[in-house]
Write a protein that binds this ligand. Structure first.
Ligand SMILES: [Zn+2]
Length: 125
């Protein structure tokens, strides 16, 4: 996670798609961002996200209500930061999962190195 993102984006425990994102004009204030909102009506599974800031309320919400496809022009700075935070977190977790050392085979079960397809075989002790 980049240091900069951690200063601006704060995940909410137990709510993986919701974040508090610090306001740039008033850093003491945080906007609530929900990335699971504004699913595109014609493309289920594509979400824009929603923010409690003025930019979203007065400009971006109108575009989405008119059917705009979620993109950088329909997302405020806060939503973009939350998306970036979630992307970096996901990459980090997936990297850990794919590079973690292989777990040892359970007792009584070993990989047969001579097998053409690397199949498991059970070994009697
Ligand atoms: Zn916002």
């Amino acid at each position: 996670m980049t240091d900069d993102l951690e200063k601006w984006v704060f995940p909410i425990a137990g709510e993986p798609l919701r974040f508090h994102v610090r306001s740039r004009s008033n850093p003491a204030h945080k906007h609530l961002v929900d990335l699971g909102c504004y699913e595109h009506k014609k493309r289920p599974g594509i979400f824009n996200g929603q923010c409690a800031c003025e930019d979203f309320a007065f400009h971006l919400k109108k575009l989405l209500d008119a059917g705009a496809f979620p993109n950088d022009k329909t997302r405020c700075w806060h939503i973009k930061q939350a998306v970036k935070f979630l992307a970096e977190y996901t990459v980090s977790k997936l990297h850990q999962m794919t590079t973690a050392p292989a777990k040892p085979a359970p007792a009584g079960r070993v990989v047969n190195p001579d097998s053409k397809h690397g199949r498991l075989r059970y070994v009697r002790n």
